[in-house]
Write a protein that binds this ligand. Sequence first.
Ligand SMILES: [Zn+2]
Length: 473
Amino acid sequence: MVTLDEAKIRRLPRPEGVGVQRLLDGVVRGFILLVVVTVVVLNRVNESGNHNVDSIGADPLALLVTDSALHQNERQPMASPVAAQAIKPSRPVRRGEDNAHVPVPEAPRLSAAELAAFKPNELGYVPVLMYHAFTTDPEHLDDWTTNPERFRDDLQWLADHDFFIISLDDLLTNEIAVPPGKHPVVLTFDDASSGQFRLLEDATGQLAPDPATAVGVMEAFFATHPDIGRGGHFAFVPNNCFHHDAEVTTCEERLAWLAGHGYEIGNHTWYHQNLGEADDERFMSQIGDTKLWIDERVPGDANLSNVLTLPFGAFPATEWQYHMLVNGFDWEGQRIQLAAVLTVGGGPSVSPDSAMWDPWAITRINTGEATLGYWQAQIETGATTLYTSDGNPTVTTIPEALPEDLAAQFDPSVIAGKGRSLVGYNAEPADETTGLHQGDMAALVRSWTSARRKRASRVRPSKVPRPRAGNVR
Ligand SMILES: [Zn+2]
């Protein structure tokens, strides 16, 4: 289950107050940041010469820790320059687990040499790849249909570009456990169509995935590429359940196999209902029945019945339905509370540490040849900056020099508010004329403040109903 904690869900913006709330947030954060900038500047004025760590302790942003260790004298000790002043992050609390006050041992931080080698940037984008139909018929390839060969090529491209496959749950809960230097990626499969998964009996009578299906391709690839992680999120339509005409398993057996092999089952409504065209009763039944049905059949971490993938990419048409989407509703005597919504298309997802992170509109990349090719080129040329892991799921590490789009998404109070430690490091050489490192943390905070001000002035009064995704399926 996705375990966004209840307090977090309660904090989520109500549809009617989004604009004003964000504006107020901006003003308050702007003030806090002014204080921080002042502290940073005073710090730099007061300290002379060698300061390897800027630690801002006694202020509302106590988790902000910066690390300029890359430019230290070589004779300085290299190991964990920030560890001594590290502030313990609180571990995200899983629902039903009373661990809020259990001290968590500090995971090892990267040394200066490791920072230079891995170049972590946990504010970068996370591709969430979106697959639909799989066919073995070469005549039927289109934007929404791929085949085993092309899918294998996609996985090989991910392997060749240092990606690491994580679950959707890990992205949503910001528990991204990826080796340092690797880029997280999520694989999603919509509609539970027959080409995605089929179990066949092998010679010994054991059930194994058909190698010509998406799951069969993944299992073969994961077996030969142990460094790529594993996982896949199935936006599930109970009415389909991967059904083939000649079927040797029940729907329950197929779900049990997926759950037992690290895959996730999410909510894509009962009949692939266009939520932009549903009355309230149908809206509730299509989401609620699917959630309750999955809850009866899919145990533990595999159950993401509270994550809705929008059929046809269509958000609900009425303000009331959008309210129910975010705040929940009662159905069949049970409370239906969603935790996140996946859109159709929209490009790579922002980082869960981004100020623009919105669990109610997680964007994805369609994998039709043209669209995927476009994003692959963006990534290969560096036009899109990927999330690069520091290997520590509870620490957010970012370079002090960020491209403009990411600098505009940087908000230390958002990161601190999630109970995470923030580590900045300077990967750029010092400017000879000023002696300052390019984009040091104070400059970054200043640019964030001004970007935030610009953004706040552009906030529209209400975002309800949500804009529809451009391309729909
Ligand atoms: Zn669909």
